[in-house]
Design a protein around this ligand. Structure first.
Ligand SMILES: [Fe+2]
Ligand SMILES: [Fe+2]
Length: 341
């Protein structure tokens, strides 16, 4: 029966066997799992929320948006009075944290859905659960940060909020598109946070601590998503790989915009001219470059797993996220760092 064949193939795809390739994959998962045991953070013992230096006070210039933020470097923002820049900065940073935790909530549910079906003895089960634990801690940490900042931010765009309940359900039957969707959320957040930390400006201690913790743990999550896909994608039938190659740039672009572009409430709240919005997201050359830089690692993954063909390349271009692949993971985009300085 066709249906049992589909189920059998689906189950087979979850098995990790004795081939050298599978053994190397299992070893890598064990290393990641052990890393999670050795180095992990707790949002309430590793961040001293109640210490005086963590206090959120009025008119604190450390909340002004950094120059690596496309909105933060726009002349309109720079020309606002300092108090206004602080107010906008707090709102924007709180909202990015809120979108981040919304994404993580989807990811946690998807990890559970996937792990539910893994066979006994699978090293994926353990790693997925470690990752879910870490993401639960991140959502608490981000929510605490939003609460402390005190801006009542909405997070994700409304449409995505309506769609999100079904996304985790995809993780069981269609794990590959699900994991690409996760990368589409993790890569832009990670890239942005690393750029802000590299810029080295004086940040509010809450921001600095939260970002440092997040970047440290995120490295493992992104490794897992990359390895998961590297193991499976090359073995997909050619036709499936073709559709996947078109889906990847699309999902990267859509989810990246959901994170980077502030929601409608932001533009209304601060009465920001439409022209500024259009220019910042994404007409100015710097913001276009930033968009491209975010996905160097995903382009590398696509190159290596057979997801770059002429039509896919066109799709990357239409989505405005084309460019050279990274030579190694998290290679800094030199051009962008120079532009930000
Ligand atoms: Fe996270
Ligand atoms: Fe993560």
């Amino acid at each position: 029966m066709a249906r049992t064949r589909i189920v059998r193939r689906w189950r087979r795809n979850m098995e990790i066997g004795d081939s050298p390739e599978d053994k190397a994959y299992a070893e890598l998962l064990n290393t990641l799992s052990e890393g999670s045991v050795r180095r992990n953070f707790n949002p309430y013992t590793d961040i001293d929320w109640d210490s005086p230096e963590f206090e959120v006070i009025d008119n604190d210039p450390r909340w002004i948006l950094p120059a690596t933020d496309p909105f933060g470097r726009h002349p309109w923002y720079r020309s606002q009075p300092i108090e206004r820049q602080i107010e906008i900065g707090m709102w924007r940073q709180a909202n990015v944290a809120k979108v981040g935790l919304h994404f993580e909530s989807i990811l946690i549910r998807g990890l559970m859905e996937y792990a539910f079906w893994t066979p006994n003895g699978s090293p994926e089960y353990r790693y997925c659960l470690h990752e879910a634990v870490e993401e639960c801690n991140h959502t608490m940490m981000f929510q605490e940060m939003v609460n402390r900042i005190g801006a009542d931010v909405p997070g994700m765009p409304r449409l995505l909020k309506w769609v999100q309940p079904v996304i985790p359900l995809v993780a069981g039957p269609l794990p590959i598109p699900f994991w690409f969707g996760i990368l589409a959320g993790e890569e832009p957040i990670d890239h942005t946070q690393k750029n802000v930390l590299r810029e080295g400006r004086k940040l509010h201690p809450i921001m600095e601590r939260v970002m440092a913790i997040h970047v440290a743990e995120e490295a493992r999550h992104i490794s897992f998503a990359h390895e998961y896909l590297r193991k499976r994608v090359p073995h997909l039938p050619r036709r499936k790989r073709f559709w996947l190659s078109l889906y990847v740039p699309l999902v990267m672009r859509i989810l990246c915009s959901a994170i980077i572009v502030p929601p409608r409430a932001f533009w209304k709240e601060f009465d920001i001219p439409r022209s500024v919005r259009k220019e910042v997201f994404f007409r100015s050359p710097e913001s276009r470059q930033m968009l491209r830089d975010m996905f160097g690692d995903v382009r590398m993954l696509c190159h290596d797993t057979g997801l770059m063909n002429p039509v896919a390349k066109l799709m990357w271009r239409i989505c405005k996220i084309d460019g050279p692949p990274s030579r190694y993971r998290s290679e800094p985009a030199r051009q962008h760092v120079v532009a930000a300085a």
